[in-house]
Design a protein around this ligand. Structure first.
Ligand code: GDP
Length: 275
């Protein structure tokens, strides 16, 4: 079961545009994933990862599987959504099912895109949606995203009033989307570990921070957890610097870990198990 991020915001804040920008990242991995049957408002999005790219350069595997985050485009919330306004109850019910929220706030001006409340005012908009979420009983980690267009970016004095805004994107051009994906991944409390299966398959696995080697093994395969003997671990940066697993082993840089070992972000792990 993968963790889910719901995109919320006022109508015309750019939710669908952002979702489409995210989907462009999904297309890159369609070959690796049987996700073709997924609903149109759900996107499995590759987490940008320079270390994975470097690891793939080093290993040159036949297959690469990146870590992913699941985004869901949930339709717009308006004032009094918690009382059912604008199908609000239906949308709030969907929001209750996700693990984290990306709250998109309109910061772009566009004469041809009417604002639901008449003018651009990110602080007001944020408060309207926050209040509806609160009244709807939703307490979820939230990432605030200000959606700006390149021209309004520089002259948007409004931005200053929005201190909590963590990520700025231009949903139309996709600028800032990589940062948003990484921030959502962090918000979900996920870290990444890597496996190199027989030198021909490199996988980046999303793992809840604080998980043990045994739990990590279970992500890869239930058999690996059942027959777990030990894990061999090395930080990916170290492995890249040394230039190969065997060499790293010779140099004594591969550590042995038992089943209770807490996996750290960016470790390359080889599980030893018997069946
Ligand atoms: P939603 O109702 O929140 O899903 O909003 P949409 O994504 O459908 O966007 C509403 C309109 O705003 C569309 O015509 C988009 O092309 C436009 N739009 C979205 N983001 C931007 C942006 O960053 N800049 C500009 N100029 N227009 C945008």
């Amino acid at each position: 079961m993968s963790l889910e991020v719901g995109i919320v915001g006022l109508p015309n804040s750019g939710k669908s545009t952002l979702f489409n920008a995210l989907l462009k990242r999904q297309q890159a991995l369609v070959g690796n994933y049987p996700f073709t049957t997924i609903e149109p408002n759900v996107g499995i999005v590759e987490v940008p990862d320079d270390d994975l790219i470097a690891l793939v350069d080093l290993i040159n595997p036949e297959k690469v599987v990146p870590a992913t985050v699941k985004f869901i485009d949930i339709a717009g919330l308006v004032k009094n959504a918690h009382q059912g306004e604008g199908l609000g109850n239906k949308f709030l019910a969907k929001i209750r099912e996700v693990d984290a929220i990306v709250h998109i706030i309109r910061g772009f001006e566009a004469a041809d895109v009417p604002h639901f409340y008449g003018n651009i005012d990110p602080k007001r908009d944020k408060e309207i949606v926050d209040l509806e979420l609160e009244l709807g009983g939703i307490k979820k980690p939230t990432l605030y995203v200000l959606n700006v267009s390149s021209d309004s970016y520089s002259r948007s004095g409004n931005m200053k009033t929005l201190q909590e805004c963590l990520v700025v994107v231009n949903a139309k051009t996709g600028e800032g989307v990589d940062r948003l994906i990484k921030a959502a991944y962090d918000l979900l409390g996920l870290i990444t570990f890597y496996t190199i299966k027989g030198g021909n398959e490199v996988t980046a696995w999303a793992l809840k921070s604080g998980s043990t080697a045994l739990e990590a093994a279970g992500k890869v395969h239930t058999d690996m957890a059942k027959g777990f003997i030990k894990a061999e671990v090395v930080p990916v940066g170290e492995l890249l610097k040394i230039g190969g697993w065997t060499k790293a082993k010779t140099l004594g840089k591969i550590a042995l870990a038992g089943k209770d070992y807490i996996i750290k972000d960016k470790e390359v792990v080889e599980f030893k198990f018997n069946l």
